[in-house]
Design a protein around this ligand. Structure first.
Ligand code: AMP
Ligand code: MG
Length: 421
């Protein structure tokens, strides 16, 4: 294979192996539940009571004994319980008890007849034949979802809507989460100017800065966008000193083989050690992954490696985004204490033939419908693009189509992998 570079799979495995050694080393912080969205749990969540805390009716209807109701005899109405009332009962023999969804089932009852399945007259209720009822039907038993003291969510889980609901149900008004890792984002290039500037001839605006800040935030990090550094030894050295406090260092631009691609030597001057410099992939081939000490001295094996991962991402915006998703995001999620590190891939069916030259794993901006009919995969199609500088194409895409290294053509209808953003 070409040039002794790692394949994408080898590089991904190497990043995953390093990420596995990382953890969040800073003390947890306590946040209000309403502010916990997207944060990573530092402590497991425990159920404070049985879940549900009482045998709960899942229907509006009549609590009863299943065997009696299934005999289709008239059952005398002995009481009623609304949601919010304490557990009542006991249910006398040959009787039924009016009950609402979410209400505690009276003691002695073992099933709930649905309102729609009964006839009522003169204070009596009867299950309509031929319907029968099994014990436990329309009731969630106390503790069926978990017992008091059970771990309901492990440390390392990301708080999304479901996890927030679970925490609320267990009485957590606040949760302990890991601090967000601080991620330095350094854009380099003599031609790069801030978004507020009007570029002169030959200059372009820094789009990678805001893009990477968004990607970092989405992956659980705290983005720290540094001033743009020019392609000079002095500018890069100064910027790396400034970035020393970061938990993770991302540099864009200046990692190719050009005359003014000075990032690798600058990292080496700061004592960096590289795990790989280049991967057989497109876009993103020049991507660099390594470690660097905070102090700029020799790497100290006793120091936690979490603090010093660095990635040099190629400056082209699509290259930067793809290499971030594939290599930087798993490192960042590991540093944030998150158990689920990605990257995330899915399968889709290719809408139209895709051709390319074999030898590199390719990640092409693509649009996936994500509305699959029953039994069918979602459909994915390439977005036309003018190469890895085409930000517009990326903005019109919602995933990246993966063209395996050996593939020269993928035919319409084939099942393909997509990288999810
Ligand atoms: P480089 O990786 O430095 O060789 O840059 C590759 C291409 O990406 C060049 O066309 C650069 O102008 C462009 N580029 C580099 N950095 C950025 C950035 N921060 N924002 C937008 N484009 C960039
Ligand atoms: Mg450059």
């Amino acid at each position: 294979m070409s040039s002794g570079l790692l394949s994408y799979d080898e590089a991904a495995a190497m990043v995953a192996a390093h990420a596995a050694k990382l953890r969040c080393i800073r003390p947890a912080e306590r946040v209000l539940l309403g502010q916990a969205q997207g944060r990573v749990l530092a402590e497991p969540l425990l159920a404070d009571t049985d879940q549900p805390p009482f045998a709960r009716s899942t229907r509006d209807g009549y609590a009863c004994r299943a065997a009696e109701a299934s005999a289709h005899v008239q059952l005398a109405l002995a009481g009623a319980t609304r949601a919010g009332q304490p557990p009542a009962g006991p249910l006398p023999p040959g009787a039924a008890w009016e009950i609402m969804t979410g209400a505690p089932v009276p003691s002695g009852a073992d099933a709930v007849m649905m309102l729609e399945h009964v006839e009522t007259a003169n204070g009596h209720v009867r299950l309509l034949p031929p319907r029968r009822l099994a014990a436990g039907e329309n009731i969630v038993a106390q503790g069926a979802q978990g017992r008091a003291g059970d771990e309901v969510l492990a440390a390392g889980a990301v708080m999304g809507f479901a996890q927030l609901a679970l925490a609320a149900s267990c009485g957590y008004a606040q949760v302990d989460v890991f601090p967000r890792p601080r991620v330095a984002i350094l854009s380099t290039g003599d031609e790069i100017v801030p978004v507020e500037s009007v570029p002169s001839a030959g200059q372009i605006r820094n789009s990678n800065g805001p893009m990477l800040a968004a990607l970092v935030a989405a992956a659980g990090g705290d983005p720290w966008v540094l001033p743009i550094a020019g392609d000079t030894v002095d500018a890069l050295d100064a910027a790396l000193v400034q970035a020393a406090e970061a938990d993770l260092l991302l540099i864009t631009g200046g990692v190719s083989a050009g005359k003014f691609d000075l990032v690798e030597p600058a990292l080496l001057r700061r004592g960096a050690r590289f795990h790989f410099t280049g991967v057989r992939m497109q876009p993103g081939k020049p991507v660099v992954f390594g470690e660097i000490s905070r102090s700029g001295t020799e790497l100290d094996q006793n120091q936690h490696p979490a603090q010093r991962c660095c990635l040099g991402l190629p400056g082209n915006p699509v290259s930067s985004a793809v290499t971030f998703l594939l290599f930087a995001a798993p490192v960042l999620r590991a540093l944030s204490g998150c158990l689920d590190r990605g990257p995330r891939f899915a399968l889709a069916r290719l809408a139209a033939e895709v051709k390319g030259k074999a030898g590199l794993t390719r990640f092409l901006p693509a649009l996936c419908t994500f509305v699959a009919k029953t039994g069918e995969l979602p459909e994915v199609a390439r977005v036309t693009w003018q190469g890895s500088g085409d930000i517009g194409a990326m903005a019109r895409s919602n995933c990246f189509l993966v063209l395996p290294e050996e593939a020269e053509v993928l035919r319409a209808g084939e099942i393909v992998r997509i990288l999810l953003a």
